[in-house]
Design a binder for this molecule. Structure first.
Ligand SMILES: Cc1cc2nc3c(=O)[nH]c(=O)nc-3n(C[C@H](O)[C@H](O)[C@H](O)COP(=O)(O)OP(=O)(O)OC[C@H]3O[C@@H](n4cnc5c(N)ncnc54)[C@H](O)[C@@H]3O)c2cc1C
Length: 298
């Protein structure tokens, strides 16, 4: 690995100053589970690595009247063990439980997963389904970007030089709502998704009609996708197998997958529909307050 300088600022201001220093390439490090590997193989060669785990704002984890504030550097294990997230943002827990194994989950953050901007990043469809927005800080101040607009291509995103992702914000869980993330991988663990689907659903008080839904798809296009038309056709409709099959078909129509060693494009299109159905069914079960028997890898 090339030689680099390591900095561990304790304030946001310090981190932003380091990131904006002219004539040096700098890279934030959260868990380092993507970054270190990419530096090891020479894909990234920053002169300065800025450890952001010691900055309070990036470790925030709280639910208030505005919803969930999740610091960009909070590791997966904290997300999985937080009662408020388990109860109200279940899709996030589904994602965090399958990102690598225990060691990876003890370091890896959702900010890192999103900023790495891989098409198959397992947290991104859940964040889109939960209507997350990114709070970004930089030399020009702060701005907010919806997660579905954040990634612009494989490994690429809207962050400009000197900018840092601070926090992911999600609205409060609506009454009678539930969410779920499910992926298909060739092995039971330690692989990346062939397809990943995040779903969130709000039902009416009877639990029989869908008030609103959001579906998001991973690993089937150069960036994770918000399946807008598939989501909208569910709104206002009574829950039925036919309706769920219609949403699955609408999702299949917007994907543009590649063929690789994990599966052909045709296979990915098929699996997209299957997973949309399963993710929606599980989100509906959760929205009704019933037990969801989903276990990762099953
Ligand atoms: C063995 C193994 C298994 C894995 N399994 C999975 C899996 O199942 N699913 C999956 O999705 N991923 C998986 N990954 C990839 C990785 O663990 C995840 O993408 C993880 O969430 C990255 O988070 P991190 O905090 O480690 O990011 P880092 O490696 O610290 O950062 C990733 C990138 O984002 C940038 N960055 C980080 N934080 C910020 C910020 N706040 N603002 C701006 N830029 C930032 C960094 O500069 C870097 O370019 C695996 C990795 C390994 C090594």
């Amino acid at each position: 690995m090339h030689a680099f300088d390591y900095q561990a600022p304790t304030t946001l201001r310090e981190a932003l100053e380091l990131l904006s220093k002219p004539q040096q390439s700098a890279r934030p490090l959260a868990g380092g589970t993507d970054l270190i590997d990419q530096m090891r193989v020479g894909r990234l060669t920053p002169e300065v690595v800025i450890d952001i785990k010691k900055i309070a704002e990036l470790n925030a984890l709280r639910v208030d009247s505005g919803g969930l504030h999740l610091g960009a550097a909070v590791p997966c294990y904290r997300i999985c063990s937080e009662r408020a997230i388990i109860d109200d943002y279940s899709a996030l827990v589904d994602s965090c439980r399958i990102i690598g194994g225990v060691q990876i989950q003890s370091r890896a953050s959702l900010g890192g997963n999103l900023c790495n901007s891989g098409p198959a990043g397992d947290s991104i469809p859940s964040l889109i389904a939960l209507q997350a927005t990114c709070l970004i800080a930089g030399p020009q101040g702060t701005r907010e970007v919806p997660v579905e607009s954040f990634c612009t291509g494989p490994g690429k995103n809207v962050l400009r030089t000197g900018e840092l992702l601070i926090e992911l914000r999600m609205p409060r869980r609506a009454p009678h709502s539930g969410s779920h993330y499910r992926r298909m991988i060739p092995r039971n663990e330690m692989d990346i998704a062939v397809v990943g689907v995040g779903a969130s659903v709000q039902l009416d008080a009877t639990g029989k009609t869908i008030v609103a839904a959001r579906l998001a798809l991973g690993a089937v296009a150069p960036t994770p996708l918000y399946a807008e038309s598939a989501s909208q056709l569910l709104a206002g409709q009574p829950v039925s197998d036919a309706l769920i099959a219609k949403a699955a078909q609408a999702a299949r129509e917007i994907v543009k997958p590649i063929s690789d060693m994990r599966g052909t494009a045709e296979y990915r299109v098929h699996v997209t529909g299957v997973l949309v159905q399963r993710a929606l069914q599980a989100a509906i079960v959760r929205a009704r307050g019933e037990a969801c028997d989903y276990r990762p890898g099953h």
